[in-house]
Design a protein around this ligand. Structure first.
Ligand code: G3P
Length: 215
């Protein structure tokens, strides 16, 4: 399973990248707004830290606007993946980018049929938002297993990025069904690695190690 970090905070990215576990980054306008920085500056910094797919989202609502933004963003670095919203206007934009060899991540995906059309367009990634579905009393992870089943039926290569991850159990659920990628906020990434019994065990081993005669 690949781990992406779902943040635009460069300090968080640097820290998490030190673990050697970060395979890519996803950003969105809300995450970038929190940094108070320009989107392009943030992306340049991220590309210098992580060598993997870096998703950058367009904000235009019309196809031509999306394509113009996509061209600009793609120029920043060869690792940039264009995040296109799963809207009527987004579909032709995605198709065009795919034909130009620009990697696409379809975002705001909430149903298996939306994911099917993304796969049919040949996009590289699809991002089902599981936390937001859980928020409205739908099992978000069921969407991921439905997409996996459909992609399997038709040998669709699009990779699934499990997004809107809110806690470590979302990652566990995604891993148990074999989802390709989870994109994870930095706080959840840290929680996934830590365990209080590991810390307690270390404390005990160190205390006992101090009791061992040195020669
Ligand atoms: O990057 C998209 C997604 O992960 C957003 O998550 O928590 O705002 O639903 P959230």
């Amino acid at each position: 399973m690949k781990f992406f970090l779902d943040t635009a905070n460069v300090d968080e990215i640097k820290k998490a990248a030190e673990t050697g576990l970060v395979d890519g980054i996803t950003t969105n306008p809300s995450l970038v707004a929190k940094t108070g920085r320009k989107y392009k500056d943030v992306l340049k910094d991220i590309c210098s830290i992580v060598n993997g797919p870096i998703s950058a989202e367009v904000v235009s609502e019309d196809t031509e606007g999306m394509l113009g933004e996509a061209r600009d963003l793609a120029r920043i670095h060869s690792n940039i993946v264009i995040k296109i919203p799963m809207t009527k206007q987004g579909l032709p934009a995605a198709k065009k980018l795919v034909s130009q060899g620009i990697p696409v991540n379809m975002t705001l995906v909430f149903s298996p049929l939306q994911a099917l059309v993304c796969g049919k367009l040949g996009v590289d990634y699809v991002s089902p938002f599981i936390g937001r579905l859980d928020d409205i009393s739908h099992y978000g992870i069921e969407l991921v297993s439905d997409i996996m089943e459909i992609y399997d039926n038709y040998n669709i290569d699009t990779e699934i990025i499990v997004a809107s991850v809110r806690h470590p159990l979302h990652i566990l659920d995604a891993a148990k069904i074999g989802a390709h990628i989870a994109t994870v906020p930095a706080a959840v990434f840290e929680k996934m690695i830590l365990h209080p019994l590991t810390d307690k065990g270390m404390e005990m081993f160190l205390a006992d190690a101090a009791k061992i005669p040195s020669n």
